[in-house]
Write a protein that binds this ligand. Structure first.
Ligand code: ADP
Ligand code: MG
Length: 358
């Protein structure tokens, strides 16, 4: 069941020369955790603010269920938003902060207490209800901000980079908690982040945005395995997918300098420049490449040892490559290594439009 839909939503801020979001079409299922991801300035917060009723589009429409909410204020939409700067009231206790919006909407005291107690137990804040924000850790404050949203039992949660103020370890822990809490509550949630790892680990589906437009919508697996544009190919995955300039022709096949790649495009692309994409883990280290024209040969100039993985960076065939090495490999700078490309691992993109070609 579709719970939230945007159709052709376009929004230009006063005085701006171009729209901050441009013709956004999106359907969000009931209970789904949908993540908007993209670089800073791509329009994530603007999309969320349009959903929240804090900004109003000049074109397009927004519906919650079968109700058109395009012109409605946030207060009439039954949404709760969690911001990056979750600004708690410093003079109020945790309980006071959490029940504040309920007081405003005249929920009776006994009901408020019950809702706050329920949210506190979900968020493991039970023992902290009488504390002031300054007596809490960053992670606990963040959970109070979540609690403030949860007690309202909204139809839709909107979260704008809620973990940005936490340190790296706490972010990882908290993103797991938010994702599992969201599943427990079963409330449709739109979550914004610039961090592709956060997007991939949390989202049921992920929307990749760029320059105010949607590049692609898919499950994390679909975006990783089948990116439809160069932008998505480069944005999703860390370290980045190898994206190298080459050519394709019927007679010669796929070429990057003197390297032949296992890729076939359809006839209309013959004789054209293509950009090839290969994930670092799809380069397979080989010890005896001989004079194989399909082996990628590179000279290592950087080694990244992550414990579970080792990545090497180096130049070969006139371009730079990143490759993941098997556990136990001990590469050194200056080593010459050869790699076979795994079957079906090469993607082709049209360099000017960025579109995937098949
Ligand atoms: P993101 O959240 O993805 O970083 P935003 O939605 O905040 O991006 O911004 C999208 C674009 O709109 C940016 O170019 C930004 O500078 C511009 N923008 C955001 N808010 C305003 C505003 N209040 N007035 C004018 N331009 C804005
Ligand atoms: Mg933003």
């Amino acid at each position: 069941m579709v719970n939230v839909s945007l159709a052709g939503v376009t929004l230009t801020y006063p005085g701006a020369s171009r729209p901050s979001i441009d013709a956004i079409d999106l359907e969000i299922e009931h209970g789904e955790l949908l993540v908007l991801v993209g670089p800073s300035g791509c329009g994530k917060s603007t999309t969320l603010r349009a959903l929240a009723g804090l900004e109003f589009p000049e074109a397009g429409s927004i519906a919650f269920g079968d109700r058109d909410v395009t012109g409605l204020d946030g207060s009439e939409r039954d949404v709760a938003m969690v911001f990056q700067s979750y600004a708690l009231y410093p003079h109020m206790t945790v309980a006071g902060n959490m029940e504040f919006s309920l007081k405003n909407t005249k929920v009776p005291a006994a009901e408020r207490q019950r809702l706050v107690a329920d949210a506190a137990s979900l968020l493991e804040l039970d023992g902290l209800l009488e504390r002031k924000p300054r007596e809490l850790s960053g992670g606990q404050r963040q959970r109070v901000a979540m609690g403030r949203a949860i007690v309202r039992r909204p139809a839709v949660f909107l979260m704008d980079e809620p973990l940005s103020n936490l340190d790296a370890k706490l972010r990882v822990q908290t993103r797991g908690q938010i994702a599992s809490l969201q599943r427990t509550l079963d409330v449709t949630t739109v979550y914004v982040t610039h961090d592709q790892t956060e997007a991939m680990t949390m989202g049921d589906r992920v929307v990749v945005m760029n320059h105010g437009r949607i590049e692609q919508v898919g499950t994390p697996r679909e975006l990783y395995d089948e990116p439809e544009t160069l932008f998505v190919a480069g944005f999703i995955g860390s370290p980045q997918m190898n994206l190298v300039e080459g050519t394709w022709s019927d007679a010669e096949g796929a070429r990057v300098g003197d390297l032949a790649l296992p890729f076939r495009a359809s006839a209309p692309h013959s004789g054209t420049a293509l950009t090839y994409g290969i994930r670092p883990e799809d380069l397979e280290l080989v010890t005896d490449a001989g004079d194989d024209a399909t082996a990628i040969r590179l000279v290592v100039d950087l080694v990244e040892e992550l414990g579970s993985d080792t990545f090497v960076y180096g130049t070969g065939h006139g371009v730079r490559w990143t490759a993941r090495l098997p556990k136990g490999a001990r590469p050194a700078i200056g080593d010459g290594l050869a790699f076979a490309v795994r079957r079906d691992a090469v993607l082709g993109f049209e360099p000017t439009t960025g579109h995937r070609i098949r």
